[in-house]
Design a protein around this ligand. Sequence first.
Ligand SMILES: NC(=O)c1ccc[n+]([C@@H]2O[C@H](COP(=O)([O-])OP(=O)(O)OC[C@H]3O[C@@H](n4cnc5c(N)ncnc54)[C@H](O)[C@@H]3O)[C@@H](O)[C@H]2O)c1
Length: 278
Amino acid sequence: MGRFNGKTAIVTGGALGIGGGVARRLAADGANVLIADIADDAAAANVARIKYAGGNAVSIHANMGSHDDIRGMVDSAITEFGRLDMMVQNAWGSPTTRVAGSAVEVPEEGWDEGMAIMTKALFLGAKYAVPEMQKVGGGSIVNISSVHGLLMSKGGLVYEAAKSAVIGMTRQMAIDFGPLGIRVNAICPGHIVTEKSTEGRWSKMPETLGFFADQYPVRRVGSPEDIAGAISFLCSDDASFITGHPLVVDGGLTIQLQEDFGVQQAKYARANEFQMPY
Ligand SMILES: NC(=O)c1ccc[n+]([C@@H]2O[C@H](COP(=O)([O-])OP(=O)(O)OC[C@H]3O[C@@H](n4cnc5c(N)ncnc54)[C@H](O)[C@@H]3O)[C@@H](O)[C@H]2O)c1
């Protein structure tokens, strides 16, 4: 008997990457999972993978930049599965405008797109999900922030501001919705290797993966399964007294003294050519 048998979860961006792993894990734990994503083929493939493993999932096309799509996503979860218990707000990663750079460099459109998908979508998701969770006596929302919501990096105004805001939104929502039996938490992942980063960055510069791994006290970077396990815990009754918490899942990256971090960097002659991707 899975811990989420009979319950429903929405995972935004659940086709690939972290969201893909989260969708598989919640389904393996017994939840009916609705994957809301813009990558239709990849979402269908993840649904097939979940079903092959004995789980239950459906996917819908939903762009987290669209208010109508977000409302439709919650409606679809109710139509498909009759109730809503969990929502993991994770989607990001396919911007159509430039979002990297300092305040001087980033165009206004990049700010608008980043904030729309990384922050506004979380507000709209909660707007429609909370009343449905209330109908079943409570629920759990997990918002995906980042270690970049805690520590700032150069040239990352939009991402750092958005991921910081995710933590603030999570804490605020936890206060509003706690009395309704709805817990709201955030996850701050360190570097997680995904299908996209394996095909892209790491296939072009395989040595940099070692560079990243060496910055982590556990001497490895993370996997979607690392994040999925933490989210399954936060959604479960084992976490029933945890709300408003930004859970750092980063292999110890952010607890290090700067000097230790520097020692690892100095091992790499090309270190200054690398940029943190998140
Ligand atoms: N991978 C990391 O190292 C890392 C670290 C910290 C935080 N994060 C955060 O985790 C989340 C997932 O990142 P990832 O690395 O798995 O990304 P990814 O690019 O591997 O996957 C993102 C998924 O979201 C979907 N998506 C993108 N834009 C969307 C939109 N507008 N509407 C609906 N779906 C959309 C994509 O199609 C894809 O399925 C993001 O919020 C990211 O900021 C990632």
